[in-house]
Design a protein around this ligand. Structure first.
Ligand code: SF4
Length: 369
């Protein structure tokens, strides 16, 4: 069962449009589209010498401040490189949460978007959590404000509330479970087997995907990721016409028509694993292009194509690049620990409430391994 509620995916779109560089990614012949979508690393803002200079400075700060970098796969490749070179981590939001809680550093620098910093703080209240910018948010977080969401939950008191990690601390505090895309299907499957009826928020595409695969009774909040919502089935068909041997890897935040074409639907980590394990040599990838850094690193002999976005009727001619993730760079990362205003704070009582559904997820993950 699907029931839309108060908010729409447009909540984050208007803000994102102001931030996006617009690329008309969906015109011309199939050959043109393919050429445009062959993955070429974007020109870096730093030369190698400049990177070395910046990284030396940041390494000294990390050592002096007993800090570690936790970066998401969607951030700038140079941030991912630096995180790995300094003993930090590059991962999806589930592993980011676990790594921050288990790492001995007193200070964490979370390169990603705000809900990731809040999650790190909730799981490690004794640590200081900094972010390169606190302006980096997420259309899913913006599309699920606490007041209408809480009212929606109040209307359905018989339902278990399951929210995606891409939500504010307040929304997490209202939930029974928090899940990431790595574990969402398993958690809902488990709850369905227990006879639970579910409220799911905020991503409607991920919710539909889970509902379809588990048969669970779910009420879906109506919001979407402004990056994944723009992938188009027609564009993938056009790419497949040129490269019929390519496998399609898609994140479940993508529309159902795109997921229907996928050889593998999964979280960022599951997409990377599929690229390593599937026998194909070419892949069409429907997720943020930041992931190409890790894909190229782990499977350098394979070829990756960015799934087309935008096109007629699209609200955003995106370039498969989250505008908020793109706000993280080496400059603001270098100043995040030393400049006032970059630390994440979560009101202690709210953090305590949000910890319960987060910890429930982490405990559940342990039972799955
Ligand atoms: S890629 Fe989508 S889900 Fe991820 S942070 Fe950006 S807007 Fe949010």
């Amino acid at each position: 069962m699907t029931e839309s509620s108060y908010q729409t995916a447009d909540a984050g779109k208007s803000q994102a449009l102001k931030l996006c560089s617009t690329v008309d990614a969906y015109s011309g012949s199939a050959e043109d589209i393919v050429k445009r979508h062959l993955y070429e690393p974007a020109p870096q803002a730093y030369t190698e010498t400049e990177y070395q200079r910046a990284s030396e400075k940041i390494k000294a700060i990390l050592e002096r401040e007993n800090a570690a970098i936790i970066a998401h796969y969607y951030t700038d490749p140079l941030i991912q490189r630096l995180a790995e070179e300094t003993g930090g981590v590059v991962s999806d939001s589930l592993e980011m949460a676990r790594f921050g809680a288990n790492h001995p550093a007193e200070n964490l620098i979370v390169a990603g978007v705000k809900f990731m910093g809040e999650t790190a703080k909730i799981l490690s209240p004794e640590k200081h959590v900094f972010m390169p910018t606190l302006e980096a948010t997420c259309s899913l977080d913006l599309g699920c404000p606490i007041e209408p969401f809480s009212a929606f939950c109040d209307e359905h008191p018989d339902r278990t509330v399951v929210v995606y990690a891409n939500t504010s601390a307040a929304v997490k505090a209202r939930a029974d479970w928090v899940v990431t895309s790595s574990i969402a299907l398993d958690v809902v499957d488990f709850l369905d087997a227990e006879g639970e009826k579910i409220i799911w928020a905020p991503d409607k595409h991920l919710g539909s995907y889970i509902q379809k695969h588990t048969g669970a009774d779910m009420l879906l909040w109506d919001s979407a990721c402004i990056v994944h919502d723009e992938f188009k089935a027609k564009g993938i068909h056009d790419l497949k016409a040129v490269y019929p041997e390519a496998a399609v890897l898609a994140h479940p935040e993508s529309p159902e028509s795109v997921l229907a074409l996928a050889d593998k639907v999964g979280s960022t980590t599951q997409i990377i694993r599929a690229a390593e394990q599937l026998p194909h040599e070419k892949f069409i990838v429907a997720t943020d292009q930041g992931i190409f850094y890790k894909l190229s690193q782990l499977v350098p002999d394979k070829q990756f194509l960015i799934a087309p976005t935008g096109g007629a009727g699209a609200g955003c001619k995106s370039c498969a690049n989250c505008p908020w993730m793109a706000m993280n760079n080496l400059d603001n990362l270098a100043s995040s620990l030393t400049q006032a205003g970059n630390e994440i704070f979560v009101e202690p009582q709210l953090a305590q409430q949000a910890l319960t559904p987060l910890q429930r997820m982490l405990d559940f993950v342990k039972t799955q391994n």
